[in-house]
Each structure stands twice: as C-alpha cells, then as structure tokens.
Design a protein around this ligand. Sequence first.
Ligand SMILES: Nc1nc2c(ncn2[C@@H]2O[C@H](COP(=O)(O)OP(=O)(O)OP(=O)(O)O)[C@@H](O)[C@H]2O)c(=O)[nH]1
Ligand SMILES: [Mg+2]
Length: 250
Amino acid sequence: MNEPVRKPRLVAMLPTYNERENIADLIDAILALPLDADVHVVVADDNSPDGTGRYAEERAAADPRVHALVRTKRRGRGTGGIDGFKAALALGADFIVEMDADFSHAPKFIPNLLAAARDYDLVLGSRFVPGGRDADRGLHRRFITLCVGAFIRRLYRLPVRDVSSGFRLFRREVLEALDLDDLISVGQSVVLEILRKTSLLGFRIGEVPIVFVDRTRGKTKLDFFALLETLLMAVKVKKRYPRETVKAVR
Ligand SMILES: Nc1nc2c(ncn2[C@@H]2O[C@H](COP(=O)(O)OP(=O)(O)OP(=O)(O)O)[C@@H](O)[C@H]2O)c(=O)[nH]1
Ligand SMILES: [Mg+2]
C-alpha cells in the first residue's frame, strides 16, 4: 500500500509585543492562504501588556494550528524570535517564515516565498528587487533603511539587496545549522546576525519582491536608540563571526 504523501509543514513565526490590534486578523489571513502545505502559526510574545499573548493562548486552545509562546522572563525582538524559531523546529516545520505582526509584511506574499524555496535555502522578502517597494513610509524612515542597507551590505560583503528585511522564509536545515543558542543579538539586530551567519554557512540566499507598507494599527517599537543599538551590534556580529571561523555546511 502507498503511504499517503505528507504535505510540507510551514510554520509562520510572529514575534509580538503589543500587537493585539493586529494579531487576530493576521492569524486568520495566514491560515486562509491558498497553500499546498500544512500551515501553523507560532506567536512569540513577550507578555505584552495589551494582552496579545493571552489572546494567542486562547486561539491556541481552540485551534491546533495555532501555538502561543508567552515569555515572562526576558524581552526582546531577538531572543523572542529565536525562541519562536525553536518552537517552530520542535513542531517539525519543514519551512519557517518569519514576519512582523503589524501587517507591514502582507501574508499574500508567502506563497511566492515558499515557491522560491525550491531553489534557495533562505528566501528574503525584498523591497529592493524589481517589483518590490518600500511603500507609504515617511521619507526619513525610507532614507534610514537605505543607509543601513548600504552600510551592512558593505560591512558583510553580502550580494543581496534587502539585508534588513524581517520577512523571510527558511528551510529547516538553515535554522538547524545556525546554532540558535549561540546567537548574541537581543534586539532587532538578530535579523542581520542570522543573515550573516546563513551566508557564511554557504546556504543559497534568494530574494523575491514584496511591497512593504507602514503599520496602520498599533505602535512602533523602533526608536533612535534601537537603531543605534542595531548598528553597533552589526559591527559586533562581524567581529564575532570572521569569515574564516564559520565552516560552510553546504
Ligand atoms: N517578542 C517580541 N517581539 C517584539 C519586540 N519588539 C518588537 N517586536 C515585534 O517585532 C516586529 C517588528 O517590530 P516593529 O515595532 O514593527 O518594528 P519596525 O517594523 O521596525 O517599526 P514600525 O513598523 O514602524 O512599527 C513586530 O511584530 C513587533 O511586535 C519584543 O521585545 N519582543
Ligand atoms: Mg513594523
């Protein structure tokens, strides 16, 4: 008898802090995607005062495809996302897509990211390849994104356009190879640290266009100090992983 073919499992990992106004609709939109995959959602919340984590726990109790991770001891986009990735691996994910929980990253692009994972190990949702766009953002935010991007691409000598994109899809093998317990980023710089390590490990990195839109609900957590911290950490990360110390696994 033939074994039934198992659909690949895709886990969407959403780091959240005070995203109560967005999280319900976002979970609905992800679970409704027309994908030939077994789709799950992990909400990696840092005990948000607005009750995002509590809501995720209620959804998880009612729907086996939703998983809530509510951390009470530490806070940070970096460590929160790392714990979210671990939860996704524990769920047996074949593919993991990480995205912001404020609708800046539209779920409708996930099918394209997944399709590109046929050819790549890490697929970036990219604002800066043909068809992609950084839309509706204040001029100063767009300018900062471009400057940070130019700086990081030079610093790490990365041949990708959108280095700071937090909307991206990994094959499981990438997250397994990263050694998640060994990452040093606590905050937003985790996006850059993971990109650098993935590149040094020799994985294939591709980009597909996405249109990034401003959040319409909820508040930003990015301020001047967070930006400064990210840039300082980017330099620290470079020192932490000089090219010769990371052995390619591919
Ligand atoms: N778990 C966790 N998630 C966080 C933390 N800080 C931010 N996030 C989430 O990380 C994602 C990105 O944060 P944002 O505040 O949207 O940062 P941004 O996209 O640079 O800024 P805006 O879009 O302008 O708000 C969102 O889903 C946030 O809820 C944190 O300390 N812990
Ligand atoms: Mg955002």
